[in-house]
Ligand binder design. Structure first.
Ligand code: MN
Length: 498
């Protein structure tokens, strides 16, 4: 999907000339030690690069300009080892276009009670140096993450890792091309939106293609390539009887494999990172894409059904953040409720298109009729998502701003087998419960389509939204309706005036 090793976070240390060359030498040594350890941390997937200690406004402005122009630099870690008078940072912060995190740490973890003297105090000044830097960032309304704690603390490194993964997704968004095969599902509101504003805000480039352009590529796929893919299906999945080589639905599986190979070629030739489809525009294709979408998502492509380009882009961004982490990430839809007052739950699924990365165990590959779209029966992978914490995220366009809505959920095992349900699914209990979560979600205008992840937490999305400077609301175990309604109204005053 992406190669984390290509990306760099620059480690910037703030100080000043006042301390003299000896102290500054020590500051630089400390800074190199910290940067080296963060670079080696398994929690931070990208490179952390030490940069010379900054002691003047000119050097700060220059490094910020350099960061802007470096294609591999996805952001900055800033650390005020000593006191760095913050007017020196105004010029640099003004031009900086990359996200940054303020690491509020100190080289020495503990106060050496018996030995502490003024030399120690002068070399460990982050406690006030970091506050001076914080002031200027706030005064300049700079979005950033502030991480507090000792740099060797696992929790600090994990938070830096989360932020760096969000920065990778932000970087990836800047060159994210999404192909739309067909337009939005007719008359649907929430999947609409301002594609120009989305490109200005996130960098997404969303463009439409005639489904016939895709059909040409699909029809050009070689039979030998289909044979190879059918072998892969047979090895990787449990094939339903009708779909096996002697079964009457076998041709449908070959057609699905042809579609998969065609879309992948279309994506790769055009440099696309995601796509949308719609069952209302399938001219020249004999089935709605099922397994092909499920498998392409697992490779890292974003996807949105019914023309939903905002969710396609969001799923891609979430997949970049989640790369290499345990747990899957998928396009999802709140489909059906279990409204037993003793334990209300949501059954999430889609007509077909749930990513196989969220499958528990070996998926079953079967072909079943689709009651919508009027095409041939599409083969699809059928599975349950494993139990555990997860989230649903939705990006909506409110006309004058974007809003991200996140609901933390707990995926649970189904109460019983679902022998007649021929789609992949996840069953979850929303936080704090279905009643408050659905109320909040609906008041916030959240869509029925979401990006669902068992790999990332709300903190990843929050860091991403800070970089994009968009509103984000979280529905979690602390949510209550009265406060949530106020938050939406307060946010409206802030974000609609940006
Ligand atoms: Mn849908």
């Amino acid at each position: 999907m992406i190669n984390f090793n290509e990306f760099e976070i620059w480690f910037l240390t703030g100080s000043q000339h006042l301390y003299g060359p000896e102290t500054l030498k020590q500051v630089a040594q400390h800074s190199q030690i910290v940067a080296k350890e963060l670079d080696a941390s398994k929690n931070i997937p990208v490179k952390v690069i030490f940069k010379p200690v900054l002691t003047s406004p000119e050097s700060i402005t220059n490094i910020c300009l350099e960061a802007n122009n470096s294609p591999n630099c996805i952001g900055l870690i800033t650390w005020m080892h000593t006191f760095s008078p913050a007017k020196m940072w105004i010029g640099g912060l003004k031009v900086l276009q990359k996200p940054f995190v303020h690491l509020h740490t100190q080289f020495n973890r503990d106060i050496p009670w018996a030995e502490i003297d003024m030399d120690f105090m002068n070399l460990n000044q982050s406690a006030h140096g970091g506050r001076e830097f914080g002031f200027i960032c706030t005064r300049m309304k700079k979005n950033r993450k502030v991480i507090v704690g000792h740099w060797q603390d696992k929790k600090v490194q994990e938070k830096l890792g989360i932020w760096s993964r969000a920065a990778c997704a932000w970087h990836d968004s800047k060159s994210m091309k999404i192909a739309r095969f067909g337009d939005n599902m007719r008359e649907v509101a929430v999947t609409e939106g301002d594609k120009v504003e989305a490109q200005m805000r996130f960098g997404y480039s969303i463009n439409g293609y005639g489904v016939g352009d895709l059909v040409d590529v699909v029809n050009a796929v070689q039979d030998s390539a289909i044979d190879v893919l059918i072998d892969e299906y047979s090895n990787k999945y449990i094939l339903g009887d009708k779909i096996k080589s002697e079964g009457k639905k076998h041709k449908g599986m070959r057609d699905a494999a042809r579609i998969e190979l065609g879309i992948r070629k279309f994506m790769d030739d055009g440099g696309f990172k995601g796509f949308t489809t719609t069952f209302e525009d399938l001219h020249g294709l004999n089935q709605l894409m099922g397994i092909s979408v499920q498998r392409l998502m697992a490779e890292g492509y974003g996807f949105g059904a019914e023309g939903d380009w905002k969710t396609a882009a969001l799923v891609r961004a979430m997949k970049v953040m989640a790369q290499g982490l345990k747990g899957g990430t998928s396009f999802m839809e709140d489909y059906t409720y279990h409204l037993d007052p003793a334990g209300m739950k949501v059954l999430g699924a889609h007509m077909l298109e749930v990513c196989e990365s969220v499958a528990q165990g070996k998926p079953v590959l079967e072909s079943h009729p689709l009651s919508i779209g009027g095409k041939e029966d599409p083969p699809r992978l059928i599975f349950n998502a494993p139990a555990g914490p997860a989230l649903n995220a939705s990006l909506i366009d409110l006309g004058n701003c974007f809003r991200m809505i996140v609901n933390e959920v707990e995926v649970v095992e189904p109460d019983a087998e679902l022998p007649k349900l021929p789609v992949a699914r996840a069953l979850w209990i929303p936080q704090p419960n279905l009643e408050i979560a659905a109320q909040s979600w609906i008041l916030a205008g959240g869509a029925h389509h979401t990006g669902f992840s068992q790999a990332i937490t709300s903190e990843y999305i929050e860091d991403f939204c800070e970089m994009a400077n968009i509103e984000m609301v979280i529905i979690d175990s602390n949510t209550n309706i009265s406060d949530f309604k106020k938050e939406l109204r307060w946010n409206e005053a802030y974000y609609s005036n940006l």
